[in-house]
Ligand binder design. Structure first.
Ligand code: NAD
Ligand code: MG
Length: 393
């Protein structure tokens, strides 16, 4: 069996930790080439001790030099680097086969794109990177012969439900609709008034999934489902009207594909990200993910309902951004990142997140997304507009 060398971008996060759990179960298949984190140097040290990567990357030189000292003391030969260029380098390194893109937010775009351009097997968790750069990203996948495997549970499910060769549009394979399931988040059924009083701790306590704070808030506002709708359009070459959001509170069906003959194919499993991660790592083979078998008698029932877009406007805002095209999704994403940060810092109410995203959209910053510079500029302009709006509140 050939040994695959893996870089984990965002190793200390929720997805990064689950990835290392799966990798650790298969030492005969995988070696860790590089692990990266933003500031969590203690967590990265523990991971370096356990997985002995060739390279570790932190954002600040001060943290990198601390880690260097600790690793030297432990007698480990890991090279420690700092900064964004190092992130790009470990993503495109010649000795790497597979890159797990698990940085949260726009910060993941450049290293993820670097992995794509180096023709790697790219395991995409960092949905914001694809939302921002859509056409450009997918074009790079084709041009550089990268293998893109979706890790977001819904997209991983759809990937598993589609015919092996599904490029060239859904219709020619008889797929009529993609059914994107959503748990509905912790506030399903709540009124706008009740939502206005939600606290960050309430928003981060997801009923079915344990995740980083940013995606937890996105799940609570349904912006996560909006970003996923955009993600699905790009990954599967679908139009927004070919994607139906289905609220399914048990989070057992991870998504479905409907076909012209009336068949609907679903992927089921316990809500545990190690399943899609293991799928992406081993594809087209299957490996043990450490996930308990699904017990349908314990699940007992599966419920479905439409999403409440009046109480949760972020889903609609995302659909509109996809329809508007160009840099609109990058603008939406940047405004949302600023809004979520402000909410988590106690400077913005929960319903203010959607308000802020709508305000930034109204600034008409959108341009054709022809190149990366334009996309990155849209991100900067949208963040500036979002901060200006926050300062006026
Ligand atoms: P997290 O906050 O738990 O972890 C984020 C990781 O990225 C950490 O290692 C952190 O150190 C690193 N990071 C943060 N900011 C950075 C920056 N500016 N530069 C470099 N590194 C940085 O997040 P998560 O929940 O693991 O999510 C990661 C990505 O995966 C997100 O895009 C999220 O939408 C997506 N995703 C997560 C889940 C889940 O279950 N957690 C499911 C589907 C998709
Ligand atoms: Mg998801």
């Amino acid at each position: 069996m050939t040994l695959r060398r893996v870089t984990v971008l965002g190793a200390t996060g929720s997805i990064g930790t689950s990835t290392l759990d799966v990798l650790g179960r298969h030492p005969e298949r995988y070696r860790v080439h590089a692990l990266t984190a933003h500031r969590s140097r203690e967590a990265l040290l523990a991971q370096c001790r356990r997985h002995r990567p060739a390279v570790a990357v932190l954002d600040a030189e001060e943290d990198a030099s601390w880690l260097r000292g600790q690793l030297a003391e432990a007698g480990l030969a890991t090279e420690v680097r700092a900064g964004r260029e190092a992130l790009v380098e470990v993503a495109e390194a010649r000795e790497v086969d597979t890159v797990m893109a698990a940085i949260v937010g726009a910060a993941g775009l450049l290293p993820t794109l670097a992995a794509v351009k180096a023709g790697k097997r790219v395991l995409l968790a960092n949905k914001e990177a694809l939302v921002m750069s859509g056409a450009l990203f997918m074009d790079a996948v084709t041009r550089h012969g990268a293998t893109l495997l979706p890790i977001d549970s819904e997209h991983n499910a759809i990937y598993q439900c589609l015919p092996v060769e599904h490029r060239g549009g859904l219709r020619c394979h008889g797929v009529t609709q993609l059914l994107l399931t959503a748990s509905g988040g912790p506030f399903r059924g709540w009124s706008r008034d009740a939502l206005a009083r939600v606290t960050p701790d309430q928003a981060c306590a997801h009923p079915n999934w344990s995740m980083g704070r940013k995606i937890s808030v996105d799940s609570a506002t349904l912006m996560n489902k909006g970003l996923e709708l955009i993600e699905a359009c790009w990954l599967f070459d679908a139009r927004p009207d070919q994607i139906q959001v289905v609220v399914h509170p048990q989070s057992v069906i991870h998504s479905m594909a409907a076909y012209s003959d009336g068949s609907v194919i679903a992927q089921l499993g316990n809500p545990d990200m190690r399943t899609p991660i293991a799928y992406g790592l081993a594809w087209p083979e299957r490996i043990d993910a450490g996930v308990e078998a699904l017990d349908l008698f314990r699940v007992a029932r599966l419920d479905f309902e439409p999403a409440d877009e009046a109480a949760f406007p972020c889903l609609r805002l995302a659909r509109e951004a996809m329809a508007a095209g160009g840099t609109a999704p990058a603008v939406l994403n940047a405004a949302n990142e600023v809004a979520v940060e402000a909410f988590l810092a106690g400077r913005l109410g929960f319903t203010g997140i959607g308000d802020l995203v709508a305000r930034v959209r109204d600034e008409r910053l959108v341009a054709p997304a022809g190149d990366l510079e334009t996309i990155l500029e849209a991100d900067v302009l949208a963040r500036r507009a979002a901060h200006a709006w926050l300062a006026r509140q």
